[in-house]
Structures are given as C-alpha cells and as structure tokens.
Design a protein around this ligand. Structure first.
Ligand code: NAD
Length: 474
C-alpha cells in the first residue's frame, strides 16, 4: 500500500489531521494507495508557504525562472517510465498511451511556457509629443489550479506551467481519483531545486479542500478544468470575491462527415477520436453526423473497426483499458441503458465486460435524433452515436444542438465548405480533416457550457497576469 503526501513549502508531508482517502487501481478494482484528505490547516500551511515564496519568485529574472522550469521538464522526461506506469495504474489508461501522450506532454507544457516567457514582450502606446504608455504585466500572487482525472499530469501541468512561468506561486489540487503523478511531481520539484513554497500540492476531496481553496481570500485566481456542474459552483463562489476564473468544462463534441471526405481516413480517425483514453477526453467526438449518401457505408466500416479494438489490462498492448472508477462505469452504463429504453439500436458493445476491474465495451449507437438524452448529455466514456444528416445546414444545426461548445471535427475535401461550416459551429476548437492535432500556442477552450476563458499560449500568460498601464508624460 502506497501512502501519498501533500507537498507544502518544499516538503512532502502528511495531512495535519491524519485523515486519508482510498485510491483505487481501476484495472483490478482494488485499493492500492491512501491519499491525504486535506483540511483548512493544510491549506493555511500551503498559503503561508506560497505567500512567503512569492516576493522572491516573482522578482527572479525571467531567465532564472525559465531555467527552473526547463530543469523540471528534463526530470519529467528522465522519469518517463515511472510516471507513465503511475498514470496508467491510477487512471486505467493504456501505459503505452501515457508514455506516448500524457507524460511527454507534461514535460512539453513546462518547456513551452519556460520558452514563452523569455520570448514575450509587452505593448506600448505612444501619444506623439505627449506621453508614452506601457503595459506592465504583473503576476497575480498565489493562485489555485484544480484539475480532473482524465489526463491527470497533462492537465495539471498545463495550468501550473504558465502560472509559475509568469511569477505566481501555486496551490494545486489534483483530482482525488488520480493523485499519484501529482505526488511524484512534488518529488521532482524538490529535485529540480525549485524554491520551497513556489509550488504546493494538496490532495483531497473537491467539495472539501477544493472548495476551501476556491474560497480562500489569499487565492487571487482559480484555473479549473472539470465538469460543467462543478464549474458553476466554482464560478458562483469566485464571484463573491471578484476572483479571476478560467473554466475548462464538459463537452459533447460533434464530428461532421461530408460525402466528399477522404473516407478511410475519416473512419479511422473517427474511431480514434471516439475511443482514445476510453473516450475519457473532453475533446473526444461522441456524436458522429454522417451525410445520408454515405451513411450506411460509413456505419459498416466504422462498426467493423470498433469491433477490432482490443480492451484489457492497460499494461499490455491494448487500445482501451478500464474506465477510471466503479462510479464512472455505472454512470456510463446508465446512459447506455437509458438510450436502450428510449429505443436506441446498439450496433456494437453496450455492456460491462465481465472481469475484475471497471471495463466497458466500446459502444456504437444509432437511431436516436440529436435531441435525445444520449446526444445531449456528456457520457465521457467509450460510447458514440451515429446520426445521418441531409446537407450543410442540417449538419450545422445538429452540431449546434447541445448546450456545449468545446470541439468539433469536420471531414470534407471542399475547402470552402470547411470554412463556411467552421465559422458557423459554436465551438472553441475546430479540426478539419484531423483530430487532437495540438499547437500549444493556440487558444484552447470552449464556448457556451464548455467554459469561460481560454488556456494555451498568450491566453494563459494573460490569464495569470494583471495588466497595469503606466503613462509617462513626455
Ligand atoms: P469534476 O468537476 O468532478 O472534478 C474536477 C476537479 O474539481 C477535481 O479535482 C475535483 O476534486 C474538484 N472539485 C470538485 N468539486 C469542487 C468544488 N466544489 N470546489 C473546488 N474543486 C472541486 O470533474 P471530473 O469528473 O474530475 O472530470 C471530468 C469532467 O472534466 C468532464 O466533464 C470533462 O469534460 C471535463 N474536462 C474538461 C476539459 C476541458 O479542457 N474543457 C478537459 C478534461 C476534462
């Protein structure tokens, strides 16, 4: 049994009250770790450490801050094997995916923002003959970063990296469902020689330590990724203190397949965009709309590929591991059962896999229009629907028919159609003839109930700083 620790003031420490939560390995459904159930005392210790570190960290020359973050990126890469194994054990994702995507991306997050600050400039507005205005961008102080369980280290570092790079000190709250790599990150921060108190990591429940972090008066901003309903609670709490918030929330992403697309590529990538990471990626395409003229052909090719997906022990060569928890497995099953009751046709899958652990079959559903629950509610699992559409206008209306607006995929060889459709889809991210092709400089985030604000590149550097205009009379 592993006992994870909080990371406060540069030290790995036990929770002040000595309370712990169970942490499960989803591939076997057994407890393998105890994690701190942190309290106000732990938060106070972390806030004190962060406040004490802030003057030094925020005034460090950017070249020095950058070097610290580069060192951390190197250490993440050097510990790829251990971090990937931990991520897979905690979350259930295939270890091969964690090695290829999650851990390299965590290193890339630090490297990207470490480079960004040394290349960043500021703006000046000159009033000829009268004055010069320049914009100073100051760090906010101590900020909170709260992340979900689906891409644990990847998303936690996506927030921590720009916050630290811009000179803030951070209190991070990883998901209580997948805390292991955040614990290991604390060890690497020590090894990298990052000064004590600059990054603090508190484990525990969302409604417990998460909410305390949001409510603490010394926390100047909250960067949150997670569910839409949690986002609402956080936005409400933060509004009381006019706290800056960045909210990356749920999605129900459409994939539009036009009849002139590269067929094989559209089928293969749509399988990947539906089932990578067990469908537990906010960017997964869970509603596939296919033009009537190729609907049957697409359905046949798609279902045949899905049936070849290998589900099993994430330590072996598989396409999908188990879902993250017993509760989540049940939630996914309930969505599918409800769709069945409402008349859905299950083309493949639809059931739990009878074995130890939290496995669910890759599932393809048809026969439900865009307004049915299965096409409106976020399932966040290996479940995708197929729906035919008539023409461009119908495709756009169907794509926009949910409260969400995170990502969309368009498959067509008609460039004009791609632009026209992209401009009318209410999504923060649109991929044309590809999926999950990420450039860290681009704005990342959702419209409507999928979020407020954007992460990535300049957007993140702006979020974690306060602009101050300084006007000097000539
Ligand atoms: P969640 O909202 O349950 O939890 C996310 C984090 O918030 C966890 O660390 C949790 O402990 C914490 N939390 C919960 N209640 C809190 C509160 N009252 N105050 C402060 N913190 C609180 O989400 P989840 O189940 O971990 O993740 C799945 C969701 O995340 C899905 O809806 C998915 O779409 C979304 N997601 C969005 C993106 C994106 O970039 N838009 C990326 C990944 C996941």
């Amino acid at each position: 049994m592993i006992t994870l620790k909080n990371f406060i003031g540069g030290e790995l420490c036990d929770p002040a009250h000595g309370n712990y939560l169970d942490n499960y390995n989803p591939s076997i459904g057994e407890v393998y770790a105890q994690i701190p159930d942190s309290s106000q005392e732990d938060l106070h210790a972390a806030v004190n450490a962060a406040n004490a570190a802030f003057p030094m960290w925020s005034q460090l020359p950017i070249g020095e801050r950058s070097k610290h973050l580069m060192k951390l990126a190197d250490l993440i890469e050097a510990n790829l094997d251990q971090l990937a194994a931990a991520e897979s054990q905690d979350n259930g994702k295939p270890v091969s995916l964690a090695r290829k995507v999650d851990i390299p991306r965590a290193a890339a997050n630090f490297r990207f923002f470490a480079a960004a600050i040394v290349n960043d400039g500021t703006s000046a507005h000159i009033m000829e003959g009268q004055a010069v205005n320049y914009t100073r961008r100051a760090p906010l102080g101590v900020v909170g970063c709260i992340s979900p369980w689906n891409l644990p280290l990847y998303l936690l570092t996506w927030k921590i990296a720009p916050a630290l790079a811009t000179g803030n000190c951070v209190i991070a709250k990883p998901s209580e469902v997948t805390p292991y790599t955040a614990h290991l990150l604390g060890e690497l921060v020590q090894e990298a020689g990052i000064p004590a108190g600059v990054l603090n990591i508190l484990h525990g429940r969302g409604a417990g330590i998460g909410q305390m972090l949001v409510d603490h008066a010394d926390i100047k901003a909250i960067s949150f990724t997670g569910g839409t309903s949690t986002g609402k609670v956080i936005a409400r709490s933060a509004a009381e203190q006019f706290k800056k918030v960045s909210l990356e929330l749920g999605g129900k992403n459409p994939v539009l397949v036009f009849d002139d697309c590269e067929f094989e590529e559209a089928v293969a990538t749509s399988v990947r965009s539906a089932f990578t990471n067990q469908g537990e990626i906010c960017l997964c395409g869970s509603r596939i709309f296919v033009q009537e003229s190729i609907y049957n052909e697409f359905k046949e090719a798609f279902v045949s590929k899905v049936q070849k997906l290998k589900v099993g022990d994430p330590n072996t060569t598989v396409d999908m591991g188990p879902l993250v928890s017993r509760e989540h497995l049940q939630k996914v099953k309930n969505h599918v059962d409800q769709a069945k009751k409402q008349g859905a046709t299950i083309l493949t899958g639809g059931e739990k896999i009878e074995r130890k652990g939290y496995y669910f079959e890759p599932t393809v559903i048809e026969g439900m229009d865009e307004y049915c629950a299965i096409n409106q509610e976020e399932v966040f699992g290996p479940v995708v629907t197929l729906v035919p559409f008539r023409d461009e206008a119908d495709a756009i209306a169907k794509a926009n028919s949910t409260v969400y607006g995170l990502a969309a995929v368009i498959w067509t060889n008609d460039l004009k159609c791609a632009h026209r459709v992209a401009h009318q889809i209410q999504s923060g991210i649109i991929w044309v003839n590809c999926w999950m092709l990420r450039d860290l400089r681009t704005p990342f985030g959702g419209m409507k109930a999928s979020g407020v604000g954007r992460e990535g590149g300049e957007e993140a550097l702006r979020f974690f700083t306060e602009p101050q205009n300084i006007c000097i009379k000539l």
